[in-house]
Design a protein around this ligand. Structure first.
Ligand SMILES: C[S@@+](CC[C@H](N)C(=O)[O-])C[C@H]1O[C@@H](n2cnc3c(N)ncnc32)[C@H](O)[C@@H]1O
Length: 477
């Protein structure tokens, strides 16, 4: 893996146009907030030049050492570190598994052979005497990432920025991107914004290789102390049509495993929580070619504990807004939530979905928004509403958490978060930053550099499942 610092590389010049508010900002902010937001807009627009320049410097400063210290050697070392368990299904296991399951693998093949086999040329790199793997199939030892369908290019751009040419980044199909190596923080944890899930590829199998897939699956289960199985296709129109087949394949593999060895089947645990110790995440990804990729990695190191990163948050229908899902997912991702009595400032709070989620946790909330909160949220005894622009608000004393879902230009919102850091007004930040522009990856680099410049020790960004043209940023002092 290729380590990446908290502060990523500096952005290229002219990569964005902060002059205009995002569309959402214009309609929501102006519509609801009328005069107050309009005034704030002017002030913030002026203020953005100074910090914007400073962040270019910071970005460049981090670029040098980052590049110098992490060559291709480290990239492969990192990938090596992450690899555990059997690299390939040992032949013995393959024949054992297939032999015991007798009629089973045939059924698995049926569930597997759901896509049109490609007539493409076999991969040159594959020399093993097996069914030719179609061109465009991920190779063993690489990383396969999945994103929103419309974020595929952002993911490609991000991976190329982080990994350089040796990352050999390529699109496998919409929503699926392959790279050699993974961008990581200095501590080795994966650092990608536009990927919902990442799979370290252990086995690539063709459309008619159900038995090989079963054998590889069994081998990885054997090598684990406990495992989670996710079978999925990318979250695209074409991928979603394959999801029923994925469910059938998952059920079939579970049945076959139980037939081969019930003690192995008993190692399966639920994957929607990280409190799982040393469980291995075994991912099987359905490809448009009809083939599959099998990946295995420690669950606690996975980008997401949800299949394909589809972290569907359920919230009660009486919540003030659907935006509540975003904060629920953000807190689940962060792994910590406000506790009872903790003070949270919520910038851009109206109508109150995020605030409600915090009040439910018995936190005290200061909602800062020129627009009205839903009356029941406004009346809550844990709530105080500062009916003004976030750019004109200062807390009376430092708070525990700063939340921000303000519909605003992202660079200026990031500068505001950095100001909260520099003045030590908050310990933690959870922010949703709107990115209506094309080529988002460079902007994300810049946003992180700006927030990092506010003195936060760990700045993370991710386009979460409930994020659309936006990303979630968390930071800790
Ligand atoms: C997407 S909505 C927030 C939804 C909210 N998080 C929820 O869960 O209900 C964006 C909000 O940003 C507010 N906003 C826009 N400009 C602002 C500013 N300068 N200061 C504070 N709030 C602002 C808008 O009034 C709008 O209520």
């Amino acid at each position: 893996m290729r380590p990446r610092r908290d502060t990523r590389r500096g952005p290229g010049k002219g990569s964005h146009g902060p002059g205009k508010a995002p569309h959402g900002a214009a309609s929501q902010g102006a519509g609801k907030a009328s005069q107050g937001a309009g005034k704030a807009s002017q002030g913030a627009g002026k203020a953005s030049h100074g910090p914007g320049k400073a962040s270019h410097g910071a970005g460049k400063a981090s670029h040098g050492p980052g590049k110098a210290s992490h060559g291709p050697g480290k990239a492969s070392q990192g990938a090596g570190k992450a690899s555990h368990g059997p690299g390939k299904a040992p032949h013995g296991v393959a024949s054992h598994g297939a032999g015991k399951a007798s009629h089973g693998p045939g059924k698995a093949s049926q569930a597997l052979a759901h896509g049109p086999p490609r007539s493409g040329t076999p991969e040159g790199a594959h020399t093993s005497p097996r069914v030719p793997i179609p061109r465009g199939t991920p190779r063993e030892g690489t990383w396969l990432w999945t994103s929103r369908e419309d974020a595929t290019e952002d993911l490609v751009e991000e991976l190329r920025l982080a990994l350089g040419a040796e990352g050999r980044v390529r699109v496998i199909e919409p929503g699926l991107v392959e790279s050699r190596g993974a961008p990581t923080f200095d501590d080795g944890t994966i650092d990608v914004t536009f990927a919902r899930q990442g799979v370290l590829v252990r086995e690539s199998v063709g459309p008619d290789e159900g038995e090989r897939l079963l054998a590889a699956f069994v081998a990885h289960v054997r090598a684990s102390s406990g495992f989670v199985l996710h079978v999925w296709a990318p979250d695209t129109d074409a991928g979603n049509r394959r999801m029923p087949l994925c469910a059938a394949l998952e059920a079939r593999l579970a049945e076959q495993l139980a037939a081969i060895d019930p003690t192995l089947a008993a190692r399966r645990v639920s994957g929607e929580t990280r409190v799982i110790g040393d469980a291995t995440l075994i991912s099987i990804v359905s490809l448009a070619s009809g083939g599959h990729v099998l990946g295995a990695q420690p669950l606690r190191e996975a980008v997401s504990p949800f299949p394909g990163g589809r972290a569907r948050m359920r919230v009660d229908s009486d919540r003030p807004s659907r935006a509540a899902r975003k904060v629920e997912e953000a807190l689940a991702w962060l792994g910590v939530s406000p506790g009872a009595g903790e003070v949270c400032v919520d910038l851009g709070a109206a109508p109150g979905g995020w605030s409600w989620a915090l009040l439910e946790r018995r936190a005290r909330v200061i909602a800062v928004d020129p627009a009205e909160l839903r009356p029941d949220v406004a009346r809550h005894r844990g709530m105080r509403h500062e009916k003004k622009s976030a750019f004109g608000y200062e807390p009376d004393e430092p708070v525990d958490w700063l939340f921000c879902d303000m519909a605003w230009r992202p660079l200026e919102a990031a500068q505001l978060l950095a100001k909260w850091g520099r003045r030590r007004w908050t310990r933690l930040v959870v922010a949703n930053l709107k990115l209506p522009m094309k080529q988002k990856a460079k902007i994300v680099e810049e946003l992180r550099a700006i927030v990092h410049g506010g003195g936060f020790s760990r700045v993370r960004t991710r386009q979460l499942y409930h994020d659309r043209d936006e990303i979630t940023l968390t930071a800790i002092r």
